[in-house]
Design a protein around this ligand. Structure first.
Ligand code: HEC
Length: 424
């Protein structure tokens, strides 16, 4: 039975590995094309693009010489397409789909399977796991539907109105999540919300538009410029969402960012920060100058985030520990619980406390609190993996201060966990 915890942990690692790798491939190719587009230069012998003039104007044609791996590459952009459609065309879409699929799997592994520990905060909403999971999944789908409707409405033609409206949608969503879920889950869901929009933009708008354009060109028809316009609008949104999404995904490793009442405001500022930084890079890549104000604005926004994180009382993370649920109580009833509690309170609580006693530590590391019996029972699996099955905790340097676990004590923690699973 306990093998299950080990296999589960390794599966989570494998999926996370896949997710990070695919995300690097996706965001990397996206950054590459943005920089390429903006950095094209005119060349005397550029071939004519098929529908260049009407499509997007002269400035969109150009070429760039690049060096990579010791070879030179000459890359040319056509206004849509050359007169003769090439046989071979490389598409970029699986980087994004694979990132979303692995991300959704990881969300299910960490936040759905671990709903009681990571998703539900009974102090905010005392949901049953299935209710929390349903809210989590529905919100992501709904987000795309609302966003897509807004873009397709007449507002889609007016970016100056659309952009603030989309920003308001993000802020309202963040606030709503913060009223229901734990801080950790709130930040992660904001990342997933934006990332779902990004992938759906590719799957439902950009790739279908490209298919129509290619089919028209192959058939010798002139593609309707509206397809290029829509694809470009959605690609611009994706461009501006990239950096905030990465911040939000990483934020659940930093309790100062998520375990505060103002986490939704922090998320809102993160979106603004992402936009100004992207704007700075976009302008530079286009060789239209180096707008220093964007860096200044990003630093000011970051400072504001740091300040906000210090203001509000930290919410209880994880909330599941106040109302211990039956699913966890088997750990409190298992043989060896008393001994385990003693060990954990003696060797772990000084760092993993609501207010850590460890010199220089201001928040419990990784938001992990191990003080009450309820908290210890709720964290049984983490304790098992971090201190029983592995020697990650307590950190080795604490041995200098006499805080360590002997082999026998680790065995005690292991036995407690495995007893609970085997029902003895
Ligand atoms: C000296 C302070 C200290 C003590 C004592 C300590 N920890 Fe930790 N713990 C940390 C720090 C720091 C981290 C964050 C590690 C990181 O950044 O990956 C952490 C992280 C963790 C995590 C989260 C790991 C993750 O990656 O999410 C768990 C679970 C944990 N500790 C359990 C324990 C247990 C169980 C004990 C007692 C046997 C213990 N810790 C003792 C400092 C401590």
């Amino acid at each position: 039975m306990y093998e299950y915890a080990l296999v589960w942990e390794w599966m989570a690692f494998a999926v996370r590995w896949l997710h990070v790798v695919t995300a690097i491939a996706w965001i990397g190719s996206s950054f590459y094309f943005i920089a390429l587009d903006l950095g094209l230069r005119r060349a005397p012998d550029l071939p004519e693009g098929a529908h260049d003039e009407e499509w997007q104007g002269e400035q969109w044609r150009g070429e760039q010489w690049q060096i990579h791996g010791g070879d030179l590459y000459q890359i040319r952009r056509f206004g849509v397409a050359p007169a003769e459609m090439p046989e071979h065309l490389t598409w970029f879409r699986w980087e994004s789909y694979a990132t979303w699929l692995s991300g959704a799997t990881l969300l299910a592994i960490v936040y759905w399977a671990g709903a009681e520990l990571f998703l539900i905060d009974p102090a905010k909403a005392d949901l049953a796991p299935w209710q929390a999971i349903a809210l989590s999944a529905t919100s992501l789908v709904l987000g795309w539907v609302v966003y897509d409707r807004l873009c397709k409405s007449p507002l889609g033609e007016h970016p100056a109105t659309l952009m603030p409206l989309l920003f308001a949608l993000l802020v309202a969503t963040g606030w709503s999540y913060s009223q229901i879920f734990t801080g950790r889950a709130m930040m992660l869901h904001m990342g997933a919300f934006a990332a779902t929009i990004m992938t759906a933009n590719i799957a439902h708008i950009i790739i279908p538009s490209q298919r129509i354009i290619v089919a028209d060109l192959r058939a010798g028809r002139k593609p309707d410029p509206k397809y290029g316009r829509t694809a470009r609008l959605r690609a611009t949104h994706n461009n501006y969402l990239t950096l905030p999404v990465i911040f939000l995904m990483l934020s659940n490793h930093y309790p100062l960012a998520f375990a505060t009442e103002y986490n939704w405001l922090i998320a809102a500022l993160v979106f603004l920060m992402g936009v100004v930084i992207r704007h700075g890079f976009n302008t530079r890549h286009a060789r239209a100058g180096n707008p220093r104000w964007t860096w200044l604005a990003a630093v000011v926004l970051f400072a504001l985030i740091v300040w906000l994180s210090s203001l509000a009382p930290r919410d209880h993370e994880p909330g599941a520990t106040q109302n211990m649920r039956p699913g966890h109580s088997r750990f409190a009833e298992a043989a060896g619980f008393k001994e385990a509690v003693q060990l954990v309170q003696g060797r772990c609580s000084l760092c993993h406390g609501q207010e850590p006693a460890w010199e220089g530590m201001i928040v419990p590391p990784r938001g992990v609190i191990l003080e009450s019996e309820a908290e210890i029972a709720a964290r049984a699996r983490d304790i098992y993996l971090q201190a029983g099955r592995s020697h990650a905790m307590p950190p080795p340097f604490t041995a200098k201060f006499g805080i360590t676990l002997s082999v026998q004590e680790r065995k005690l923690l292991v036995n407690w966990y495995e007893n609970a699973l085997s029902g003895s």
